[in-house]
Design a protein. Sequence first.
Length: 143
Amino acid sequence: MYLCKECLKVFDQYDINPSYINSDDVEVIYEEADCSSISCTGRVVKVDEMILPTIIELNKKGWITKFCCSGHLYNTYIDTYIYFKNTPPTIPDNFDFRDDAIYYKSKKFNSSSRPNNLKRLNQLFDINRELYKWAIGLPIKEN
Ligand SMILES: [Zn+2]
């Protein structure tokens, strides 16, 4: 899914008109389109759907995020992370904090075998659900 960094509106890929831009700013390279909401001048970025509620919650509260990944079923390792511009006061259980980012501690899926996708999917859901719960419990950032 796609998220406007400014108004936090969620878009389907069919609702955006990609406009890729050249930039030395890595963060800007990931912006894929202008927000189509009336009176919003924000840019739209792609966000993994499972982690999207967490990203919206964090940004709403002023804990501005830069990059993230929910982790993916078909990857060899679990790579769930969020990079921050403003780092929150706590980090979620089972996550490490380094270089302005939180990373899921264990890189290993509980089931190493691809055929057992149900276990892997449950694990990814658990991780992303815990992340969302943590984000809901965070205070709003004071200026
Ligand atoms: Zn917008």
